[in-house]
Design a protein around this ligand. Structure first.
Ligand SMILES: Cc1cc2nc3c(=O)[nH]c(=O)nc-3n(C[C@H](O)[C@H](O)[C@H](O)COP(=O)(O)OP(=O)(O)OC[C@H]3O[C@@H](n4cnc5c(N)ncnc54)[C@H](O)[C@@H]3O)c2cc1C
Length: 289
């Protein structure tokens, strides 16, 4: 299996990847594997499996990543956070990920557990992804490391400038590539790329894209990811919120246009947040490849 950074750097066409989360039920798992089977027809360069908030799906994330890699023969990146764990526990999980033959790791700080407003470092653990990445490197692991980044600023950072400075520290610590939080305005992403370049960040930055599949998501995306959604899109989608077919058409047309513009501007690839559904990603991808 390959390191994702080599895929980005060596590919002569855009690199498409899909993100999944580990389901909580057996039915959810069966549905996930059907989704992966459907989406595998699109030949993604890799897929990734998230780590439950608060580290709740630790074992499941690793198991599902291994299953996708072994059974579907798709390069798989395992997400990993340092919420609620110290460096010894982190090493244990990293060893099991390594022993399963997984070569790519999305190294994240993570969000505080439900009910806790602020991230608090675990005793013997890490304050941020930079510290986690430094630790992974210092322990001699050979993982290819991805990191998260935030074109509209991470909510904990006082300013976008400071957040980008911190991102530079993360890259200097050893992040090989970065995937963005979802965003809906390409101008925001292009400005971010420009600013990261000025700060000396020269690793691939991959747009993370998620189509809106129902109207209630809009408020959630704004709150969760702090992302701006164009007013005109919100108005158009609101008018169609009771007509699921037209809603999907409008929303997918918007995301397809967004992806086409990103590709025309030379991005290394696009990472789709699939929410374990295949339809929206399939429809968009059919228009891109
Ligand atoms: C692509 C992607 C995938 C994700 N997958 C998951 C997942 O699987 N599971 C999950 O629970 N969450 C996931 N998240 C959400 C993520 O865990 C949260 O956004 C979390 O709050 C921040 O994680 P991070 O690694 O990006 O943080 P960090 O990079 O650590 O940033 C957090 C804060 O610390 C600051 N900071 C970073 N480095 C330094 C430094 N050296 N010095 C001072 N300050 C610093 C930053 O500016 C920021 O304010 C994902 C996010 C993205 C973008």
């Amino acid at each position: 299996m390959s390191k994702i950074i080599d895929i980005y750097l060596k590919s002569n066409k855009p690199v498409f990847s899909f993100e999944f989360f580990p389901p909580k039920t057996v039915e959810g798992e069966e549905k996930l594997f059907l989704t992966i089977e459907n989406l595998s027809q699109l030949n993604p360069s890799f897929v990734s499996v998230t780590y439950g908030a608060g580290g709740t799906t630790r074992t499941k994330t690793v198991e599902i990543s291994r299953k996708i890699q072994d059974d579907f023969k798709i390069e798989t990146m395992c997400h990993f956070t340092c919420v609620g764990v110290d460096s010894n526990q982190i090493k244990e999980t990293l060893d099991s990920i390594h022993n399963f033959g997984i070569k790519n790791l999305m190294a994240l700080r993570g969000d505080p557990p439900k009910g806790e407003g602020k991230f608090t470092k675990t005793k013997g653990g890490f304050e941020n992804a930079t510290e986690l990445i430094s630790f992974i490197k210092s322990e001699g692991y050979s993982f290819c490391l991805g990191g998260g980044c935030y074109p509209e600023k991470h909510p904990d950072a006082p300013t976008l400038e400071i957040d980008i400075q911190n991102l530079k520290h993360k890259v200097d610590a050893g992040a090989d590539f970065l995937i963005t939080q979802l965003f809906f305005k390409n101008s925001v992403f292009f400005d971010f790329l420009e600013n990261t370049k000025k700060t000396g960040i020269n690793k691939p930055i991959i747009p993370g894209i998620m189509p809106i599949t129902n109207f209630n998501q809009i408020a959630r995306f704004k709150e969760m990811a702090g992302c701006e959604i164009p007013e005109s899109l919100v108005t158009e989608l609101e008018a169609l919120k009771d007509d699921p077919i037209e809603f999907q058409k409008k929303s997918l047309a918007y995301t397809t246009g967004q992806c086409k513009e990103l590709l025309q501007n030379g991005v290394f690839g696009i990472h789709f947040y699939t929410l374990n559904q295949s339809r929206a990603t399939f429809e968009i991808m059919k228009k891109l490849i």
